[in-house]
Design a protein around this ligand. Sequence first.
Ligand code: NAD
Length: 479
Amino acid sequence: MNIQNYINGKFKNPKQDSWIDNFNPSNGEVYGQIPNSSQEDVELAYKSAKTAFSSWSKTTLDKRSRILIKIADLLEENLQRFAEAESKDNGKPLSLAKAVDIPRAASNFRFFGNAITQFASESHESIGQDAINYTLRQPIGVVGCISPWNLPLYLFTWKIAPAIAAGNCVVAKPSEVTPMTAYLLGEICNKAGLPKGVLNIVHGLGTQTGQAIIEHKDIKAISFTGGTSTGAHIARVAAPMFKKLSLELGGKNPNIIFADCDYDDMLNTTVRSSFANQGQICLCGSRIFVEASIYKKFKTDFVAKVKALKVGHPSDKATNIGALVSKPHLEKVKEYIEIAKTENGTILCGGNKVTVKGFENGYYLEPTVIEIASNDCRVNQEEIFGPVVTIMPFETEAQVLEMANKVKYGLSATLWTNNLKRTMMLSNNLQAGIVWVNTWMMRDLRTPFGGVKASGVGREGGFEALRFFTETKNVCIKY
Ligand code: NAD
């Protein structure tokens, strides 16, 4: 199935008639083509957004809210279709796309449709000076939203919904590896009555289409989720143009397990936090540190549970682990397993490509657990972003805190303990934007979301996202 750009409410072929193959990771076959959009297509999208801005930015909050909530309703009505498209494009289990990806994309629209009606600004009465200051939070204009392949529609809409709720018009680019649900979203936006030009979706390579968005002199803000090196590149291009930037980047998150935790809950959640979505979630706890007194038991129980996970075709109901997103990504993950062997790592389970009957060319890999000899080894320091975790024991709180923080990333951390003092000490001192205690990936869309260090700058979520997508202006009136 071929897909098209969505510009000014219409579906259009790329100007230069250039196309990229779209692969189905479950069988390795090309199943369609996507536009290889050029700077000309981005310009067209920009112009359409710019034209729409004067009216959309003045549209009442009630009307904006109703449209966003309508998009949410329509996504829910089309859950099966969207989930099937997401699973086919990405390789993730259909059950996961149905339970997580598409419902969350709908929630993003519903949440920001409601949030915008509650978004307020401050006033400061300057007592003794006969003046009042008030703050305006005005839409920026045309903004760029660029998203990755791991949670395609989920992360794409996490940016678009607050951007348009706040009154901006958008030029958006999904990952070229997983463009399908973004394409389908255009149809839903038209049905929901989103005025033409408010959202424009251009497909294509990051280095060409994405580059044209970040270089565009009149796209004033860029919200980006993706790899750390791409984020650094975007910052280099955008900073001299004084664009507003939100960068959600890579992670290498510690999962710290103490002997006093609720063991069964910890074990089941740790399997999920290690391998959900084939380990391709920026929040996965890929570095597991276990208190020495329960290390042996944990190792035995964890490996047994991981071995029981079923790797299979994404649409098979019994599948726990689907296909990795692409052939180059599968190769990259396999390479790290080889690196582990050269670093005195012990492969406790997994490590091999899986051949699924009938889908022999799909990108399947066994979930892999590596026991490492040192915190500093590459497999424990570099983002692998696949079904691979490392485990090692620790003796003291101070030691595990030091190891957890000794990494360039700082997105999330998970802590398993029932000790309050320890919880407070570690959650205060872990270098991460998000700390989960006795749970993982429990999300409340009102909370700030983002990372420190090489995991990014800025926060998404709740009013933080609406603040990002608005310019703040103070007005001082002397009376
Ligand atoms: P990526 O950086 O390769 O690509 C992300 C997006 O950026 C894609 O749409 C791509 O086309 C585009 N892009 C690439 N080069 C560009 C350029 N020069 N200019 C503009 N756009 C460009 O990342 P990926 O491989 O798609 O995703 C995986 C990465 O995303 C991992 O590192 C993961 O940790 C990270 N991620 C982070 C979060 C978070 O919230 N922090 C969430 C999900 C994924």
